[in-house]
Write a protein that binds this ligand. Structure first.
Ligand SMILES: Nc1ncnc2c1ncn2[C@@H]1O[C@H](COP(=O)(O)OP(=O)(O)OP(=O)(O)O)[C@@H](O)[C@H]1O
Ligand SMILES: [Mg+2]
Length: 227
């Protein structure tokens, strides 16, 4: 279980999150939406311990997640895929996966390649020469090499054509179903994400203004008033 308990996050005098709480069950699929600057990235950064909240706490499997202890938090099962394609462009696909899994079980690469046939086909290709969608798949594959219990993704659809966005979302669902990995997906592409998640959270100006079933948000005609 991953729990966020009334965290407040600041950058200097700016409050990016104001007493935000989120209780989750293992293996859940959650979409986090909201306008630019709402605090979405900050929420992910606090969960993985990249940013230290000014107040409140994050806990995972009953123990606190400590800010500044990112490698330990990753070992405990939290994987963060920041925005942009975080691959080593001059290395091959297989080398990228190997580096990501260095302190973990490298044999797991076979599972990752099975899940992403495109990475298997291109395992010898230089990562930087792959398309944006393929690089996003690689970034996902790299995160999976740590066999996370939770995958936290910051706008995984950025810069991808609609048909590729559907592919990425479908793969995320398969990861969740194959490994029971919980998903927290921060996205601007609300309709595409609602097809994958079961729960939706909307942040507005540092606070949660909606937290409920994805289907309810999908059916909500005034969806956009929150953005
Ligand atoms: N390193 C930083 N230093 C100062 N202010 C920051 C920093 N990072 C974020 N902020 C501010 O904190 C607020 C929340 O930012 P955050 O990046 O969490 O928003 P977001 O919801 O992810 O926005 P976007 O949709 O544009 O990615 C914004 O007002 C932003 O300007
Ligand atoms: Mg952001």
């Amino acid at each position: 279980m991953l729990n966020v308990d009334r965290i407040t996050a600041r950058y200097g005098s700016l409050t990016a999150l104001d007493a935000v709480s989120l209780e989750t069950a293992a293996g859940a699929r959650i979409g986090v939406f909201g306008h630019n600057g709402a605090g979405k990235t900050t929420l992910l950064r606090c969960i993985v311990g990249v940013h230290a909240p000014a107040a409140g706490s994050v806990s995972f499997d009953g123990r606190p997640v400590l800010a500044g202890h990112v490698p330990e938090n990753v070992r405990r099962g939290l994987a963060f895929v920041p925005q942009g394609h975080n691959v080593f462009p001059t290395l091959s696909v297989a080398q990228n996966l190997r580096i990501a899994g260095l302190h973990f079980d490298l044999a797991f690469m076979a599972e990752v390649l099975r899940l992403f046939p495109v990475l298997h086909e291109r395992r010898a290709q230089r990562a930087g020469s792959m398309s944006g969608g393929e690089q996003q798949m690689l970034a996902l594959g790299m995160a999976l090499m740590t066999q996370p219990k939770w995958l936290l993704l910051d706008e995984p659809s950025t810069g991808l054509a609609p048909v590729i966005v559907r592919d990425v979302m479908r793969q995320l669902r398969r990861v969740n179903e194959s490994f029971g990995t919980g998903l927290v997906i921060v996205e601007q592409n609300v309709p595409a994400t609602l097809k994958v998640v079961e729960r939706a959270v909307i942040l507005k100006s540092a606070a949660i203004v909606f937290d409920g079933p994805a289907a309810r948000l999908a059916a909500e005609p005034d969806l956009w008033e929150w953005f």
